[in-house]
Design a protein around this ligand. Structure first.
Ligand code: ADP
Length: 320
């Protein structure tokens, strides 16, 4: 970056970018437009300008480098973490004799590697979203498998917290057109929040129901908890990146979970809604399209090909 202060020479003193274009390159005029302050004399007349021109191409390269760095680093962080967790689990089996106190120490270590892993996953997914590399492989997927897999993988944590977690799927529910792994991940994000914000003795119900009448083209997944709930004024905010609402106890996390979750739902042609009352609990509902013989075409790629004006919705969502 270079700093540039100059006396204006054109007739139209307010035309700063025009002035720079006349004396410099068109590209410079474009960037300078965004970072120019005019200098006025005591009578308020514009007598000069101070600009900080930036090299757009270099800036873009730097941004890309930064995104690639985060994506690579998170990937690198995950591999040793996986092997630490495996080693701890093996030690856990060895230390399973009754009365062995190292068992609970190992459990704490395993729980913390899982937490770290989920934070790294959030950062990795977020950086993939930012660089447009999050691709979905949608196919015909049984809704009950999604519900069951998500609930089963969170059961042990819920039980250890004294929260009852149950799952049910309506009989003969249609298949959804979804990326199974990503959709299980969506439900896992919602269930893990539900566990975090539901006190001991509470309940969490995960379910899948077919939409009726005008909504017959959708399947609705719900995660209902009896936790602390979310105030009306915070309900839209929590889907923004880095937003965490003070809910008494500090719960950790990145504040990225719901922003990523919402992006993953929208990119698959679905919607996410929230119904919550402080002190009574929350219900997050995710709708996804019913499978009607669609081909496996990543929705996200269709979106990026649609033109810059159509891309803005997801950029706005994740704040880039
Ligand atoms: P994090 O990854 O830090 O949990 P999220 O984006 O998943 O961030 O959630 C943002 C905030 O939304 C949380 O900090 C919490 O205040 C609120 N929240 C999310 N789910 C629930 C829930 N089931 N009950 C109460 N509050 C919730």
């Amino acid at each position: 970056m270079i700093s540039l202060a100059k006396q204006l020479s054109s007739e139209d003193k307010a035309d700063v970018p025009g002035e720079i274009e006349r004396t410099g390159s068109a590209e410079l005029a474009e960037t300078v437009k965004k970072a120019t302050a005019v200098i006025q004399n005591e009578d308020g007349k514009i007598v000069g300008s101070v600009s900080i021109p930036t090299d757009v191409v270099k800036l873009k390269q730097m941004e890309q480098l930064q995104k690639d760095f985060i994506a690579n680093m998170t990937h690198e962080l995950r591999s040793p973490l996986t092997s630490i967790k495996a080693a701890l689990e093996i030690l856990g089996h060895e230390a399973s004799k009754p009365g062995d106190s190292s068992r609970s120490i190992l459990n704490t270590a395993i729980r913390n590697t899982e937490r770290l892993n989920s934070i790294i996953t959030d950062i990795l997914d977020f950086s993939k979203l930012q660089s447009g590399k999050l691709v979905f492989h949608q196919e015909n997927t049984p809704a009950d498998e999604i519900t069951r897999e998500a609930a089963e993988s969170m059961k042990a944590w819920a039980t250890s917290k004294g929260v009852a977690l149950s799952a049910r799927t309506e009989l003969q529910i249609p298949y959804v057109y979804a990326d199974k792994r990503r959709t299980v991940q969506v439900l896992i994000n919602l269930i893990s929040n539900a566990i975090k914000f539901t006190p001991q003795g509470g309940t969490i119900e995960v379910s899948a129901d077919a939409g009726r009448d005008a909504l017959a083209n959708f399947v609705f997944f719900s995660v209902r908890d009896t936790g602390c709930g979310i105030k009306k004024e915070d309900q839209a905010k929590i889907f923004e990146k880095f937003v965490q609402i003070a809910s008494g106890e500090k719960m950790g996390g990145t504040g990225l979970g719901l922003a990523i979750t919402k992006a993953m739902v929208i990119m698959q042609g679905g919607k996410i809604t929230l119904d919550s009352e402080p002190g009574r609990g929350s219900t997050f509902r995710v709708s996804l399209p019913v499978y009607k013989g669609q081909t496996d075409q990543p929705v996200f790629e269709q979106v990026t090909q649609a033109g810059p004006e159509d891309k803005s919705w997801w950029k706005k969502l994740i704040g880039i």
